[in-house]
Design a protein around this ligand. Structure first.
Ligand code: UDP
Length: 415
């Protein structure tokens, strides 16, 4: 028996997970378009699970002609492209091809059986729900963002999505939350039994993200000797780059610069970009903001190491990998006091949480840190210690345990 032969498993254990990531692929560049934390999460978790003997078939929608049908990214981790709709379909049009994509995945699962399904984001949740019933296997879902929570924080989501999430949550055997705060949100915004919520804290690749000389990092990426604020991620309204720009304008440190690493995202990406550019111009900040195109994940450590403070001013966030990566590199974080960032950033210990969307409060937090090198150093040290507790290997072990438990109990049925 091979380790990929899921149906032949005789020990009642788990051999292979079918990972569903319909709307974005681990093969895509993170930090632009629809690719971000989810891509990193799926890739890192799958790699760590495979290292622990659990193979992962990761199903994505084909968006590029050049990829072969199956791309092995690590031994035991295969990315499988399923054709459904035109290659360049926008995210907003994906609900119309979910059924087609699900059928494509089902055809492959007939030939490549899995013991359980792990779906990412609500679109894959819808597919996973169908496949769970068809193949009689447990379904776990990580939503990454949830419609009701986004709507609550001012980014209204369509009713169709919210209804679909309700149906998936109603039948999921487990829903993974990134920490206690997201678990509490799931509990209060959705009808879900608490014992079906499992905590899977995302990790960070410590072989990449570690402290290092700020001077060398700045030299390597062409930055000078001035206070540096860093923003890393997709540029869309949800991420709050507007607040970071306004905070820079309000900072007393007139020599500080804001480095922005990432690209446009979402159907309003261009609009957001124009608004941000107008804001930069209005504040007269053109020579104090440095826009850097999205960087391959492994090139990011130098950006973190170069920074004095990392800004994460999101409107809502299920976890915020960027905050953890900054901490792992010894950089204090100034973040909004929302969602998973509350689990991720320890206020006054690894950074500062700002509880209102007020640029003056963000500027005050930034100024507090820029004026106090010792505080920055202490928070950086605490951040490294804290980040050391979060690894993808630990996340994968926890997830495997959950899947083992799900295999040994009756599947949840639709009400
Ligand atoms: N990222 C990257 N290159 C970039 C910008 C971002 O690899 O140019 C990665 C970043 O390191 C992080 C992820 O994209 O791992 C963003 O995750 P986060 O949870 O912060 O935000 P999300 O995209 O999930 O909203």
């Amino acid at each position: 028996m091979t380790s990929t032969d899921a149906t032949d498993s005789t020990d009642g254990g788990i051999r292979k997970i079918g990972v569903l990531s319909m709307h974005t692929s681990p093969l895509d560049q993170a930090g632009v378009g629809d690719s971000g934390g989810l891509n990193i999460y799926v890739r890192e978790l799958a790699n760590s699970m495979a290292n622990q003997g659990i193979d992962c078939d990761v199903y994505v929608r084909r968006t590029k002609r050049e990829h072969p049908e199956i791309v092995e990214i690590e031994p035991g981790v295969n990315i499988i492209q399923i054709e459904a709709g035109p290659l360049g379909l926008l995210k907003g049009d994906l609900p119309a091809v979910v059924d087609l994509w699900t059928q494509g995945v089902a055809d492959r699962l007939e030939r490549r059986p899995v013991d359980a399904i792990h779906a990412h984001y609500w679109l894959s949740g819808v597919a996973g729900h169908h496949l769970k019933h068809r193949f009689d296997v447990p379904l776990a879902v990580t939503f990454h963002t949830l419609g009701r929570i986004k709507s609550f924080s001012g980014d209204a989501e369509p009713e169709d999505r919210i209804r679909a999430e309700d149906a998936v949550i109603g039948c999921a055997d487990a829903v993974f939350a990134s920490g206690k705060v997201e678990a509490d949100q799931l509990d209060s915004f959705y009808e879900i039994r608490r014992d079906r919520i499992e905590i899977l804290t995302p990790g960070v690749d410590h072989t990449l993200f570690s402290p290092g000389s700020s001077h060398s990092a700045r030299k390597a990426i062409g930055l000078g000797d001035y206070p540096i604020l860093l923003f890393v991620g997709r540029i869309q309204a949800l991420k709050g780059l507007d607040l970071a720009i306004d905070a820079l304008a309000a900072s007393q440190h007139r020599d500080a610069r804001l480095v922005v690493v990432g690209g446009l995202s979402g159907h309003q990406g261009l609009e957001t970009h124009e608004d941000l550019m107008a804001r930069v111009k209005r504040h007269g900040l053109s020579d104090r903001i440095i826009f850097v195109e999205p960087q391959p994940h492994h090139l990011l450590p130098n950006y973190y190491r170069a920074a004095d403070v990392c800004l994460v001013p999101s409107r809502s966030e299920s976890f915020g990998l960027v905050a953890l990566e900054a901490a792992a590199c010894g950089v204090p974080v100034v973040a909004s006091d929302v969602g998973g960032l509350r689990d991720n950033v320890l206020d006054d210990v690894t950074g500062l949480l700002v509880d209102e969307r007020d640029h003056k409060l963000f500027a005050a937090a930034v100024d507090k840190l820029l004026s106090a090198p010792e505080m920055r150093h202490d928070m950086g040290t605490r951040g490294v210690e804290r980040a050391a507790l979060h690894s993808w290997d630990a996340g994968a072990s926890g997830a495997i345990e959950v899947f083992r438990r799900l295999m040994s109990r009756e599947l949840v049925t639709c009400v």
